[in-house]
Unconditional design. Sequence first.
Length: 121
Amino acid sequence: MSDVWPTELRVSSDRKMLTVAFEDGERFDLTAELLRVLSPSAEVQGHSPEQRVTVGGKRDVEIMKMEPIGNYAVRITFDDMHDTGLFSWTYLHRLGVGKDTLWQNYLDDLSQKGLTRDPRR
């Protein structure tokens, strides 16, 4: 069970931002791109740190839909059809608290691997 509980999950009208508010008063704006590239799915995270994948080309990704999973998580479907990550309340909170550092680490990974945020044209 999660020790943090959301009071609101709201997708912006342009589908590029998820606002998550928690009962302790914390509120985070998480971009669809951040959520997609840090998806908790095995496809992104792998089954060990060595298997983790750096996902590029998601600058324009949007949230298509969200489905509650029990009382502990939400499944987010992105417009690139990725939908295998279950975003627990704890994971969403962790993303919110650490988003600046996590984002910079992601940008550094992209640079080191010669990848870009821009989709292939």
